[in-house]
Design a protein around this ligand. Structure first.
Ligand SMILES: [Zn+2]
Length: 436
């Protein structure tokens, strides 16, 4: 912090104090308000705080928080402090707070909201940008992902020094990263195909086979990859929106393997469940390699990550063991179904439609709920009736619950998986206590 200009130093100090006041008064973790206060005093604060550090930016529709956490864990092998916005405050103020709190850290691993990537790249001049996936977040934003990809292209074209790590299995990501000069392509898989039937280059229909995807018209095709998550094949057979039999194994305990850029193969067993997290982990390994951390150093560190901002945490409540899963959009729901404990473990689905969730719940119709057949299903949240109608259509039997505690009372002692969208997840966390 000694290198910062005086006004930036003062702004960082005041931002930290504001954040602490906010935390003490119980208004969240304080990272946003602290950053907002700092920005008022020094509009250039993010650029100043990022200067002279090696910055990694992580973005995409799903998996940002987890991948950021995994990269941070892997870089632990270097033995120096890493600044990170571990709790997902992923716009300018949250990033300022994260860097301000760790002012001497030579590394910064930062999750970035996908809409803000160009501005954040401009301010932080990242050494590495990791691009995970792009899919509709809510129905009212479906068209926006094409616009976002276009803006990424422009930003990456203007950042020749930046190394990109990108998921080659997502056509829109491949297109977005296509203007970058240096790309490490990763075969990280893609379960959700509904937003990538069309060629981003020419609009024609994309074809998929065991080798990936390609456009029959213009020749735009999946790039050759340096890193491979090997359970990708099951993914391709599963097809769009269909849960293939290979995916019904319950997620937890299922391992894949990873092939690194040198062709070495290792088992990819994580403590975090599900193939979405294995996908995040392969991206994290590819990023870590760019910092000289090889797979054998990084894998044990990735295994030590047991929960991410309350997700996957198990908590006891009334004799039941609850496990919280966050699913904010159709692709996220597929990923959450993938990690459910096998039947007859019950599942509670909780849906709200407040601002951060999107007001429109019609995206519920994009999700295939038939995978829930054969297990007790409970439905809660402010929009539980919307979800109930949707489940009726898929002939999934369910019971309504007024709250998470009511759901706990309705199920026998044992496990209860909870899938919730954003504000419903936060409400449940609050109910269960900040121990999470
Ligand atoms: Zn094409």
């Amino acid at each position: 912090m000694g290198k910062l200009p005086l006004r930036a130093r003062l702004a960082t100090t005041v931002a930290g104090a504001a954040g602490r006041v906010s935390r003490l008064s119980g208004r969240g973790d304080g990272s946003v308000i602290g950053g907002v206060v700092g920005l008022r005093m020094e509009p250039d604060l993010l650029r100043l705080l990022a200067a002279d550090r090696q910055i990694v930016l992580v973005t995409g529709t799903n998996g940002k928080t987890t991948t950021t956490r995994l990269i941070t864990a892997a870089l632990g092998a270097i033995g120096q402090e890493v600044a990170s916005n571990a709790f997902g405050a992923n716009m300018e103020a949250g990033l300022i707070s994260a860097l301000g709190r760790a002012s001497d850290a030579p590394f910064g691993v930062l999750e970035v909201d996908e809409r803000h990537l160009p501005a954040i790249m401009h301010a932080t001049r990242p050494r590495v940008v990791a691009l995970l996936n792009l899919s509709r977040d809510q129905m009212d934003r479906a068209a926006e992902i094409w616009l976002i990809a276009r803006r990424w292209r422009e930003a990456l074209a203007g950042a020749p020094g930046c190394q990109v790590v990108a998921n080659a299995d997502d056509p829109l990501i491949a297109w977005a990263a296509g203007t970058a000069q240096r790309v490490t392509w990763v075969a990280a898989g893609q379960r959700w195909h509904e937003d990538s039937w069309c060629c981003p280059e020419c609009g024609s229909h994309l074809r998929r086979d065991d080798l990936g995807w390609r456009c029959g018209e213009c020749g735009f095709a999946r790039p050759a990859t340096r890193w491979v998550l090997d359970d990708e094949r099951a993914d391709l057979r599963g097809g769009a929106g269909v849960i293939g039999s290979a995916d019904l194994r319950g997620g937890a305990g299922v391992t894949g393997s990873v092939v690194d850029s040198g062709g070495r193969v290792r088992e990819l067993s994580l403590t975090l469940p599900g193939r979405a997290n294995r996908s995040n982990a392969v991206i994290a390994l590819a990023v870590a390699e760019l910092f000289g951390v090889d797979m054998d150093q990084a894998l044990p560190l990735l295994r030590q990550v047991t929960s991410v901002a309350g997700r996957y945490t198990q908590i006891e409540r009334g004799g039941r063991v609850l496990r919280l899963l966050l699913a904010k959009n159709p692709a996220g729901w597929l990923e959450a179904f993938d990690v459910l404990a096998p039947p007859p473990t019950p599942v509670l689905l909780a849906v709200n439609a407040q601002g951060p969730d999107g007001k429109d719940t019609s995206w519920l119709w994009d999700v295939d709920y038939r995978v829930l057949h054969g297990r007790p299903v409970l439905v809660a949240g402010e929009r539980r009736l919307d979800l109930a109608v949707r489940l009726e259509a898929d002939q999934v039997a369910f019971r309504l619950a007024g709250s998470v505690d009511e759901a706990v009372d309705l199920v026998p002692p044992g496990g209860l998986d909870v899938i919730a969208n954003y504000t419903a997840f936060q409400q449940i966390r609050t109910t269960l206590g900040r121990a999470l």
